[in-house]
Write a protein that binds this ligand. Structure first.
Ligand code: NAP
Length: 487
């Protein structure tokens, strides 16, 4: 490993962060973190067992009362300092993220900036939590409404955005006055460990944030969910796991936020600005190597422009450069693991067997690392598996439509409802289609919707609740109403 890479990995604490102290797992185990561009281990991190999880919850519970009483301005200042530290260290943090997750360095830098922005946003929101006062309708009493932290929270994050999925939860939890146990994904724990170190440096009191890395997520987290002392679960990950956690939360009637999978349609109408549509398609499809819940999963293009749109997308995607994310000019890094390559290969074969035409790519790259070539498929039938499942790779399936109604019906024909993209210059059509789409977010003439100042989240099987925006902090606040009797 080059010296700078070794130093960046070396600098990160590899232990559990419990009650403000770095500690090994009680049973002493560790697990490897692998560089997906080589398949080789970068380092080992502590492998928590259920007893470590309980220690993390004990610490969060013990810190909750004092933390809830902290001045909101001071909570905001901690986030603001952490925001600045993230930006000051963007080069090292981006390299660390590229090493453990694979995305090109420029995208990793973008994610650090995006992640930091959640802290800046919620630093500002911490001092804006307010309540209400009203005269009862009969004039005799008064209503006092206060908003208070929900209490200790359990946070679980995925590997595809290792830093931003953490700050999107930690930011509002800190702002609201909640303590936390966070479990990052097994494949990308280093970014979260580095973040915990930064938050401690920024002045976060001991016990407010506890980090548990583990290779046994169910064995460690289920007892915490069922324990009864945590009051909320916030999860980002697959729908399959989210569904299971929702069931577990029923026992203690936990507050639940779920940011789950997607199957985003990308609609291009004949009246669209084609340059903008191709540019947006590149962003919506290829950001994060296609490994994003918001990734365009199905392209529907109106017949009049389908040939030209397809040709231009093929041209742009054939110019992408595959390689290790640390190398200059690389735009497509590796997929996260061999299973991801197998899954993408299987989806492409299935579509071809059902009659899709392969126009570009269509295979994995031989040699070390988990690379898959940028791929474009035309005439993908509606019964292809990739029309129903998240592809999570650099594969663009294109289908043709004739009428607006047909396009919207196809777009909504999925159990998911996270995001949709629409390209049209007709205002009436734009509003009509946006209103009919069954999803939590729409990119209208835009291939990127994520913004810390906007409410992010899905409908249907894509989840419950919203993160970011003015409503993001609400997920971490309870409303208490006091009925005031007057003589
Ligand atoms: P995943 O397999 O569901 O894992 C997500 C997290 O849950 C990981 O930390 C994982 O730990 C943990 N986990 C797995 N099984 C668990 C269990 N039984 N109990 C408690 N925790 C458990 O998802 P992923 O593959 O990491 O991430 C990709 C998925 O996330 C995609 O479906 C993507 O669409 C979705 N996602 C959604 C959003 C959104 O905002 N809607 C954003 C990003 C990603 P391990 O790592 O140890 O398995």
């Amino acid at each position: 490993m080059p010296a700078r890479e070794a130093t960046v990995v070396e600098q990160v604490p590899k232990e559990l962060f419990l009650a403000g102290k770095w500690q090994p797992a009680r049973a002493g185990g560790t697990f490897p973190v692998v560089d997906p561009s080589t398949g080789r281990a970068l380092c080992e991190v502590a492998d928590a067992g259920p007893e470590d999880g309980l220690a993390a919850l004990d610490a969060a519970v013990a810190a909750q009362r004092e933390w809830a009483g902290y001045p909101p301005r001071e909570r905001g200042e901690i986030l603001r300092r952490a925001y600045q530290l993230l930006l000051d260290r963007v080069d090292d943090l981006a390299l660390l993220m590229t090493l453990e997750m694979g995305k090109p360095l420029a995208e990793a830098r973008g994610e650090i900036a995006y992640a930091a922005e959640f802290f800046r946003w919620f630093a500002e929101e911490a001092v804006r939590v307010d309540g209400g006062y009203a005269v009862a309708p009969n004039g005799k009493g008064r209503f006092l409404v206060m908003r208070q932290p929900v209490g200790p929270c359990l946070l679980i994050t995925p590997w595809n955005f290792p830093m931003a999925m953490g700050t999107r939860k930690i930011g509002p939890a800190v702002a609201a006055g909640c303590t936390m146990v966070i479990k990052p994904a097994e494949q990308t724990p280093l970014s979260m460990l580095a973040l915990a170190d930064i938050l401690a440096e920024a002045g976060l009191p001991d016990g407010v944030l506890n980090v548990v890395t583990t290779s046994r997520p169910g064995a460690v987290m289920e007892p915490l969910i069922r324990d009864g002392r945590a009051r909320k679960l916030s999860f980002t990950g697959s729908t399959a796991v989210g569904r299971r956690l929702l069931e577990q939360c029923a026992d203690q009637v936990l507050r639940v936020s779920l940011e789950l999978g997607g199957n985003a349609p990308f609609l291009v109408f004949a009246d669209a600005d084609l340059d903008a549509a191709v540019e947006g398609a590149m962003t919506a499809k290829l950001r994060n190597i296609g490994e994003a819940c918001t990734a365009a999963n199905r392209f529907y293009v109106q017949r009049e422009i389908a040939e030209e749109f397809t040709a231009r997308l093929v041209e742009r995607m054939s110019a992408l450069r595959i390689g290790r994310g640390t190398e200059d000019g690389v735009t497509i890094g590796p997929l996260i693991d061999p299973d991801a390559v197998d899954k993408v290969s299987g989806l492409v074969s299935d579509a071809c067997e059902r009659g899709a035409k392969l126009l570009l790519g269509g295979s994995a790259v031989d040699g070390e690392g988990y690379f898959y070539r940028p791929t474009v498929l035309a005439d993908v039938p509606g019964d292809a598996r990739m029309a129903r499942e998240e592809i999570f790779g650099p594969v663009a399936p294109i289908s043709v439509f004739d009428t607006e109604d047909e396009a919207v019906t196809a777009a909504n024909d999925t159990e998911y409802g996270l995001v949709s993209y629409v390209y049209t210059r007709d205002l009436d059509r734009a509003l009509r289609v946006c209103e009919r789409l069954e999803c939590g977010m729409v990119g209208l003439n835009q291939g990127l919707v994520s913004n810390p100042a906007a409410p992010f989240g899905g409908t249907k099987h894509s989840g419950l609740g919203r993160e970011g925006g003015r409503v993001g902090i609400d997920e971490f606040l309870e409303t208490k109403y006091v009925a005031v009797g007057l003589a």
